[in-house]
Design a protein around this ligand. Structure first.
Ligand SMILES: [Ca+2]
Ligand SMILES: [Ca+2]
Length: 705
């Protein structure tokens, strides 16, 4: 694997690798969607969402001959998985992203069906769901958790069972504790949380009459007035009942309804809704009996369960044999799409640890969900260094930062950079160093600081304990990498230099010194491989820079110790250690891009050494306040015919000796001359323009033949 050091050392020859970055970014592997500091979901190549409760898949069954037509991760501005399928004239575009609404967020899956033909197209869309998801009119639940919300229209095509609940309710077995002898079905209930009505339908001959008995037993409230209910059975007058006022706590009661299939649809509908005055809006229902109208009904006998065998339908609501009206498993939508038009369906899907809002009581529109995502990610990206780059590059930059923020772990104010969605047992200092460098390079020094706290502050909370520095000053990680110590030392030094935060550096300094001291112990010398010594030596050189910046007297000694470990080591950007891995690799993309614009070489800042002229085909390329070891730099690059106009601004006096501008070839031609702040200047042997920074802004014009 090529390391970042290869790229930087060979910066002048690095164009082919950097150009790879310019290619549109097809998703390699799963796309992560989410929000900062909340567990992400992944979208696989087929567009299926992988959640902590199962997989929600999509397929286009008609027109025939569906073929995948690509997937990409777009930053809009947060990570958004866009998956395309094509079949005949119909193109399905599935867009998935996280809407960070209170409390845990929700994943939004918008499916757009576009018809490119001049005549109507019939599309059949299937939404595949995990086993056990019970689907009601608008909501799907799994084990009582609301996991899926369906669009109001179109309605899915689905077979109804002979009877069942339309869904959206939570079964609560054993919730009621009746204190008198009664039918055992009173013990189990279903509840419609937050005002969701409980709705059942029973198949009957069209227009038929039936006697319906509803059984209720309130076991939560002891006083009347808390949970009055409104009961509506088709064809019978509406009834308001307060079970406590009517029968008392833990006292079962029965109500009779002379029902009729009023609308002649062959279904008798039963509804339990919250009373408008109810304090507790959660609806409950215990038992339903449906009798033929010629059965003589004695409500006391019904209550004791003596007539249950005579009922046409006897439903222990919330019990084992209760059922939903619709089959579970998948949903089918038959959708006619007008010529040259499109239809869009939006599904809400529970993200890890979350539930979906009830769309019948919560006013979330697709536009409002979109805005919530845009606000959170927009604010986050606005808090880093401002960059203007060709869109594919900027997407890569932001995508990497988003992955870092979605996968890091946290506990009690401590954070950890993780190499992927795995847990803390995969924490690796080599990858963490790349990730922290990416955050610091991109101007998110506060985020990097949070993720470094466990390296130097104590006590580290248990979940992140393997980041902590041992008593003897050593850092290790779960991978057993002998280089871990050196990477931890580098990460601390790099952050101190890039952030320029002397106060923070003072706080972390004792840990850095202890880490340097461990390297002198005989057991350390024995434990370190040649590569580990090299990594540690680079860390010591960084630490020497920090000592110098703090005015601490250790700089010379640290440099001597570094040379003793590996005389060829150099202080520079992080190397990729360990296996190729998504988040660390993405972090390296940020480092490469940043280094293409500006990279430290000793006391010099080299500018534009990885920039390709094609980046200038669109707008100006610019960066505002990019952190460097020598202070934040702002720069802009614009092409004007045969000239390249570069402005730079380096504010701090942190010892930068030169700005070296390595201008790219334009139309295959190397630069021939340059002006700095209006004065002619000769080019260096490599064609570079060397500027002695005098503080403030410099304007450099590079001329081409
Ligand atoms: Ca009916
Ligand atoms: Ca029951």
């Amino acid at each position: 694997m090529r390391t970042l050091r290869d790229v930087c050392v060979g910066a002048r020859h690095a164009l082919p690798l950097l150009l790879v970055l310019l290619a549109a970014a097809p998703a390699s592997g799963d796309v992560l969607i989410g929000a900062p500091d909340s567990p992400p979901s992944s979208v696989d190549a087929s567009g299926a969402l992988h959640e902590d409760w199962g997989v929600v898949g999509l397929s286009l069954e008609e027109p025939a001959g569906t073929r995948p037509a690509g997937q990409r991760c777009e930053m809009q501005p947060g990570p958004t998985a866009v998956t395309t399928l094509a079949a005949g004239a119909v193109t399905l575009t599935a867009t998935a992203y996280r809407a960070p609404i209170w409390p845990a967020g929700v994943d939004v899956l918008s499916v757009r069906l576009a018809n490119g033909a001049d005549r109507e197209a019939a599309a059949r869309l299937k939404l595949m769901l995990p086993d056990g998801v019970s689907i009601g009119e608008r909501m799907g639940t799994l084990g009582g958790r609301a996991v899926l919300a369906l669009p109001a229209e179109p309605a899915p095509v689905r077979a109804e069972r002979g009877w069942g609940c339309t869904g959206g309710v939570v079964p609560m077995p054993g919730w009621a504790r009746p204190e008198v002898e009664c039918d055992p079905a009173f013990r189990n209930i279903s509840a419609g949380m937050g005002g969701v009505p409980i709705i059942y339908r029973f198949g009957v001959p069209s227009g038929a009459k039936r006697t319906v008995v509803l059984g209720l037993c309130e076991s939560h409230w002891a006083q009347a007035g808390q949970r009055p209910l409104v009961l509506y059975v088709e064809g019978a007058p509406r009834v308001e009942v307060d079970p406590i006022a009517a029968w008392g706590q833990h006292r079962p009661g029965c109500l009779r309804f002379d029902a009729r299939d009023l609308n002649g649809d062959g279904r008798l509908q039963v509804v339990v809704a919250p009373h408008p005055d109810a304090q507790d809006r959660n609806t409950i229902l215990n038992v339903i009996w449906v009798f033929s109208p010629d059965v003589y009904i004695d409500l006391d006998q019904v209550l004791r369960g003596e007539l249950s065998a005579a009922a046409e339908y006897y439903v222990d609501v919330g019990g084992d044999r209760d059922q939903t009206l619709y089959d579970s498993g998948e949903l089918t939508y038959d959708i006619a799409v007008a010529p040259r038009a499109a239809r869009e369906l939006t599904f809400l899907i529970a993200c890890p640890g979350g539930t979906v809002p009830n769309l019948e009581t919560a006013a979330w529109t697709p536009e409002a969900l979109r805005r919530a995502a845009e606000d959170v990610w927009g604010d986050w990206f606005a808090s880093g260094a401002r960059l203007a780059l060709p869109r594919p590059l900027l997407e890569r930059w932001r995508g990497a930062l988003a992955q870092i923020m979605m996968t890091r772990a946290q506990a009690d104010g401590f954070y950890a950079a993780l190499p992927g969605r795995e847990g803390m047992d995969k924490f690796c200092h080599a990858h963490a160093a790349c990730i922290l460098a990416a955050l610091d390079y991109a101007g998110y020094c506060e985020e990097a600081e949070r993720m470094l706290r466990a390296y130097w502050d104590k006590p580290v909370p248990e979940p992140l304990a393997n980041l902590a520095q041992a008593e003897d000053g050593r850092w290790q990680d779960a991978t057993g990498d002998p280089c871990a110590h050196g990477y931890a030392l580098q990460a601390l030094a790099r952050h101190a230099l890039l952030s320029g935060d002397a106060e923070w550096a003072q706080r972390a300094w004792p840990a850095i010194k202890a880490g340097a001291a461990w390297l002198q112990a005989p057991e350390a010398q024995a434990a370190l491989s040649a590569q580990a010594k090299r990594t540690a030596a680079a860390g010591l050189m960084g630490a020497a820079r920090v000592a110098e910046a703090l005015g601490a007297p250790d700089a010379e000694q640290l440099l001597a110790e570094a040379r003793a470990l590996d005389p060829t080591a150099a202080w520079g950007p992080p190397e990729a250690g360990g296996d190729e891995d998504s988040v660390a690799q993405a972090a390296l993309d940020v480092a490469r891009l940043r280094n293409a614009l500006v990279v430290e070489r000793g006391r010099e800042l080299w500018l534009l050494s990885g920039l390709d002229a094609s980046w200038l085909d669109g707008d100006v390329v610019s960066a505002h306040a990019l952190p460097t070891d020598l202070g934040p730099i702002s720069l802009s690059v614009d092409r004007d015919g045969n000239a390249l106009i570069v402005t730079t601004r380096l504010d701090s006096g942190r010892g930068a000796e030169a700005l070296v501008i390595r201008a790219p070839a334009l139309d295959g031609r190397a630069p021939i001359s340059a002006q700095v702040d209006g004065r002619e200047i000769g080019l260096d042997s490599g064609g570079e323009v060397v500027v002695r920074p005098a503080g403030g802004t410099h304007r450099v014009v590079v001329l081409y033949p």
